[in-house]
Design a protein around this ligand. Structure first.
Ligand SMILES: Cc1cc2nc3c(=O)[nH]c(=O)nc-3n(C[C@H](O)[C@H](O)[C@H](O)COP(=O)(O)OP(=O)(O)OC[C@H]3O[C@@H](n4cnc5c(N)ncnc54)[C@H](O)[C@@H]3O)c2cc1C
Length: 438
């Protein structure tokens, strides 16, 4: 079959990998000039690092299996990390049970309750019951006043803004469950590639290109061409190209814009899933900001969701001794930060960085970068299993393979691999979905 894939992110490239191995003729059209989508990197400190902070969990079997298949296992390192939490401007270590017990902003009973809650949610497998209640409501009921006010409410508001009380508990369950099942003992290990996720994308892109897949960069598709409810092809650069099957592996809002023949009830269903944008300011510094890898910021007056000091996780000598830190935010698409220049964002956030570390000086900085993407995080509503689109769309031979299909887990590169595997199997049932758990 002749198969066109929209998007050279992890999902699109994984699908191409399976399909070309099965003997199909595959072409990928990618709007940008690079592969990897949201997990793509940029050159910094003599190597590459992701535009948005990335790591994988030990439980991420799909991507780990593909890493092995591509022969790059030795590039994947399992690293320990320190987690922190700010409360009223003070930074607390918050990664291990002992650190939790020492987290004095919470009364002792609430610290114990928080630990037990995480243990409980880590063990529960029946997530269906969490579809009918929002994370906020569930936490309100089961956490008590202090835990809700000091931990859960700031975390939910920081991540989801005005949607904080709309996100289903199923999403929160999945976040906690994944972390719990990935943890062995008290110290968490997270996976990261020496050379960045770029090593993985490059290996995947090289492998599929060698097998005959054509990746057309800077070639956004402008329309999915259809006739009488069936696929005809793709419109790219003013040309009409015919395909037997199309996999749409870019974000749903782009699918809705470029496929005008979709029936209104399907469009209505897909638009129930809101997306937040992501914005990361990346600081390249001469000295470290803190000792933590990840700091969740629970202060309502600090407009930053988290600080992720990458070089407190990946070894400093991979980065020529430069300290790299993400200042991360998820924001609604109409947020003023998306209209501001890099320098304006930096000036806006700088005083807040000083609140977290008063010693921090602008002179520590060598340079900074800004990256942003409008469709970065789905806001999972109640009863999403009834709304979630399938791989097949109402247009015959057009398949959807993006993060809207990942549920109840949170989107991630592991699930992008899973989606790519599954859509390839659906198109050609002779392609077996690899069972990486074996
Ligand atoms: C801030 C942040 C932190 C994250 N942290 C992690 C993490 O720690 N671990 C983890 O595993 N995952 C993480 N993720 C999620 C991970 O990056 C995504 O789940 C994954 O990369 C999604 O892959 P995808 O292929 O489904 O989609 P995408 O990466 O979105 O790829 C879609 C591709 O389609 C292209 N495209 C768009 N429009 C068109 C068009 N018209 N024509 C052709 N091409 C088009 C895009 O340019 C893009 O390359 C994070 C994401 C963000 C934003």
């Amino acid at each position: 079959m002749k198969i066109g894939i929209v998007g050279a992110g992890v999902a699109g490239m994984t699908a191409a990998h399976r399909l070309v191995k099965a003997g199909h003729e595959v072409e990928i059209f990618e709007a940008s000039s690079y592969a990897g989508g949201l997990a793509a990197g940029f050159p910094v400190a003599g190597t590459t690092m992701e535009k948005y902070y990335h790591h994988i969990f030990t439980s991420d079997t799909c991507i780990r299996g593909l890493v092995d298949e591509l022969g790059i296992r030795e590039s994947l390192h399992w690293l320990t990390s320190q987690m922190g939490f700010t409360y009223k401007g003070k930074l607390y270590p918050f990664g291990t049970p002992l650190q939790l017990l020492k987290f004095t902003p919470l009364p002792l009973l609430d610290r114990i309750r928080f630990g037990l809650q995480a243990l409980y949610l880590g063990k529960v497998n029946d997530w269906k019951k969490y579809e009918a209640v929002t994370g906020y409501e569930w936490m309100k009921k089961h956490s008590g006043e202090a835990l809700l006010r000091i931990i859960w409410e700031p975390l939910l508001k920081g991540k989801f803004g005005r949607f904080y009380d709309k996100v289903a508990m199923a999403w929160l369950w999945a976040r906690i469950h994944t972390r719990a099942s990935s943890r062995k003992g008290t110290q968490e290990k997270l996976g990261y590639f020496k050379g960045g996720f770029e090593v993985f994308h490059q290996a995947l892109a090289d492998s599929i290109q060698k097998a005959g897949v054509k990746i057309h960069f800077k070639q956004p598709i402008t329309r999915v061409l259809t006739a009488n409810g069936k696929l005809k092809g793709l419109e790219v650069g003013g040309k009409e190209l015919n395909f037997d099957r199309v996999i749409f592996a870019a974000a749903t809002p782009i699918f809705l814009k470029t496929c005008p023949e979709l029936p209104p009830d399907y469009v209505k269903r897909l638009t129930q899933l809101d997306f937040l944008g992501a914005q990361c300011l990346i600081l390249v510094m001469k000295q470290k900001f803190s000792d933590m890898y990840w700091i969740n910021i629970a202060d309502a007056d600090i407009p930053i969701l988290a600080l992720i000091e990458h070089t407190n996780f990946a070894p400093l000598d991979w980065y020529q001794g430069k300290h790299l830190m993400y200042v991360g935010n998820y924001l609604p698409q109409d947020h003023k930060y998306f209209k501001m220049k890099k320098e304006e964002i930096f000036s806006e956030l700088l005083p807040h960085l000083k609140k977290i570390n008063p010693a921090f000086e602008e002179s520590w900085l060598e340079e900074y970068f800004l990256f942003q993407d409008l469709y970065a995080q789905p806001v999972v509503p109640l009863h999403y299993s009834g709304l979630k689109p399938g791989y097949e769309t109402p247009i015959e031979n057009v398949f959807l393979a993006n993060m809207a299909l990942v549920y109840p887990e949170d989107r991630g590169t592991n699930f992008a691999v899973d989606v790519g595997n599954k859509v390839a199997h659906l198109i050609d049932p002779d392609i077996l979905i690899p069972n990486f758990n074996e």
